[in-house]
Design a protein around this ligand. Sequence first.
Ligand SMILES: O=P(O)(O)O[C@H]1O[C@H](CO)[C@@H](O)[C@H]1O
Length: 325
Amino acid sequence: MCSRDCCSKGGVSRTKDGNPCERRAEKQETDIIVPTPQSLLYPYEMIQEIADFLVKGSGIRPKIGIICGSGLGSLADLIQNPKVFEYSKIPNFPVSTVEGHAGKLVVGCLEGVNVMAMQGRFHYYEGYPLAKCSMPVRVMKLCGVEYLFATNAAGGINPKYAVGDIMLMHDHVNMLGFAGNSPLQGPNDPRFGPRFPALVNSYNKDLINKAIDISKAMGIESSVHVGVYSCLGGPTYETIAELRALRMMGVDAVGMSTVHEVITARHCDMKVFAFSLITNKCATEYSEKKDEEANHDEVMAVAKNKQKACCEMVSRLVAEIQKSL
Ligand SMILES: O=P(O)(O)O[C@H]1O[C@H](CO)[C@@H](O)[C@H]1O
């Protein structure tokens, strides 16, 4: 009862004569918490501030941005004359909380091209909204980046894929998007890109073809595929029923990242190249044994074993881009 002698009926406070209690209604209104739309979490000016900090601090305007997947941080070790920024020292940057994601931004030169690499990405399951997970892509854009290389560790759903194979992404199924979640949710800032960006041809065909040629030159073409990736929210690995559903939808590999980064990159018109290192085969039969369950230690171990091939693929592709600059 409020001081005006009200009673609560059906969740609504009413005065004794049955009318809704105004004071209660006023209070409820002020108690409503409206979540900030994702797109407003990092306004343009804040992204510009972070980009200025990095460009000034490194003296470099990168052309290519690289996001290192789980256990693939060694991609950033390829960079010459690196200037390293700990995420905790970059204004308004989140921190990495996942093993295999060091939490450093490395800026320098690779195959004669200025690059910026994230040794550690942000995942939705860490508690970050998608716009926060992909905010560094916009920072890259304002630093001058034109090409995004996104890499990830993923489970192989396509039965033809083996552990250690590389899948060049040529499309994705955005499961978080199916559920109404997007890094672009909220008012659109046209300085980044259009309200309704198209996502067909998101994965640059020319770069995919170049990567296929590179895999032939490296003699690993039989373990390199072109396929469809899907991102789930994690942190749980998928159930067998979910994996079967994904397979029916045409998904070849599954992970918990990358898609929102690609959406953000395409929104601001970056060229995208992305690949998955298949770190485990996904169980799609109920008879699978316990030791065939996905686990992060295995993901990390396979990534460590295969980092050489991944590094070579990336540096050769950067060298190809260098020829066209
Ligand atoms: O996508 P990356 O960051 O490579 O990491 C993958 O590996 C982790 C699970 O082992 C998840 O974070 C999944 O997304």
